[in-house]
Design a protein around this ligand. Structure first.
Ligand code: CP3
Length: 343
């Protein structure tokens, strides 16, 4: 039994007294307690050691008081499991030294057996569930196929992911073969996370907004739709496609329980596009947490008013920035926790 199940009730569409709150990337570098472990262990070592992943997952619950835990891991463990080397280079971000560029490169890629390659994630989930002891729900996650393809082909972060797009536009058959392999892997992976104890799952399509609406359907949404269809009856499913607000109506039609939005769309407009049968999540500009606390409190309240009563999960519109003071993150969370729906 989960004591604080605000998040799950909100995803199911039940009326609650206030919105639940969590923050994307809530386990991370703005927390001094995270930095201590970061000094001692490499990034993937932290992901692959269940005790470390568990400790890091619980930090924002204990320190900031959010209403949900999100598994400490990374979306790039999936390309690793599929056969690619992935490094995380200090202050540079992800690096895949041998990305996918040709048909021959596809021979190195496989749909892996999840228990053999990502079993450590499920071990971490079981440990986290035990340590959480029902305090708050646990969110599992994976990258959306399009965003994973971006890294598998580009080989590193990018503002435009031009090489990934060139791959899709010049070798569409290969691109779709790869997207389908990622999709099949992700369905098995999220199902295993749920089986191990994840209470809800989120798909991160961080680079969905790089595609126009037609390409978003072809390269991203048709694969996310397959994933939602396969997992939504096992656990509530949240889709977060950053910058892809043009397709909120189509994303709602997948049957996802929640849709994440960034700060570039008004809550009321997002609601019009998404319809009334889905929970919206977001959408505070993460950079606003760098402003003074009284301004944060005022703006968070304005955001909650704008979303209106119910079917809203308070969150940032993207990950928390590493230079946000912990007190400011707490002000964000506390403002939501003090808020009450009127009537
Ligand atoms: O949200 C959480 O607290 C759970 C853990 C989590 C991480 N990454 C840990 C992490 C989650 C959900 C992710 C998702 C992720 N990873 C995304 C999608 C969300 C988004 O932000 O768009 C993407 C695109 C990645 C890929 C990735 N991982 C990048 C681009 C980077 C480097 C840039 C950065 O923000 O540091 C990472 C590293 C990473 N993943 C860190 C953390 C805490 C920082 C590692 C460190 O330096 O200690």
């Amino acid at each position: 039994m989960i004591q604080n199940d605000l998040l799950l009730r909100t995803l199911r569409g039940e009326q609650t007294e206030r919105p639940p709150v969590w923050m994307m990337r809530q386990a991370g570098r703005y927390l001094p307690e995270y930095m201590v472990l970061r000094e001692k262990y490499g990034f993937f070592e932290r992901c692959q050691t269940p005790e470390l992943a568990c400790e890091i997952t619980l930090q924002p619950i204990d320190i900031v008081g959010v209403d949900a835990a999100i598994l400490f891991s990374d979306i790039l463990v999936v390309p690793q499991a599929m056969g690619l080397e992935v490094q995380l280079v200090e202050s540079k971000g992800p690096l895949l030294p041998d990305p996918v560029k040709t048909a021959a490169d596809m021979n190195r890629i496989r749909v892996p057996e999840i228990s053999e390659t990502l079993g450590y994630v499920m071990d971490a989930i079981r440990l986290i569930k035990k340590e959480l002891n029902g305090r708050v729900p646990l969110i599992g996650f994976a990258g959306a196929p399009w965003t994973i393809l971006c890294y598998m082909v580009q080989g590193k972060g990018s503002k435009t992911f031009d090489e990934a797009k060139a791959f899709c536009y010049t070798q569409p058959e290969l691109a779709h073969q790869l997207l389908q392999m990622i999709t099949d892997t992700t369905i098995a992976y999220l199902s295993a996370q749920i089986e191990a104890g994840a209470d809800t799952v989120q798909l991160f399509d961080s680079w969905g907004g790089l595609l126009g609406p037609a390409d978003f359907e072809i390269l991203s949404l048709q694969y996310m739709r397959q994933i939602v269809t396969a997992v939504k009856d096992k656990a509530p499913t949240i889709l977060f496609a950053k910058g892809a607000w043009h397709s909120l109506e189509e994303m709602a039609a997948t049957g996802a329980h929640g849709l994440g939005i960034d700060w570039c769309i008004q809550p009321q407009r997002a609601r019009q596009f998404a319809g009334s049968n889905v929970t919206l999540q977001g959408n505070f500009d993460p950079a606003k947490l760098l402003g003074p606390i009284p301004v944060i409190k005022k703006e968070v309240t304005a955001m909650l008013d704008a979303f209106g009563p119910g079917r809203h999960i308070a969150n940032l519109g993207h990950g928390i920035l590493p230079n946000v003071p912990v007190a400011h993150a707490k002000a964000f969370v506390d403002t939501v926790k003090e808020y009450r729906y009127k009537g």
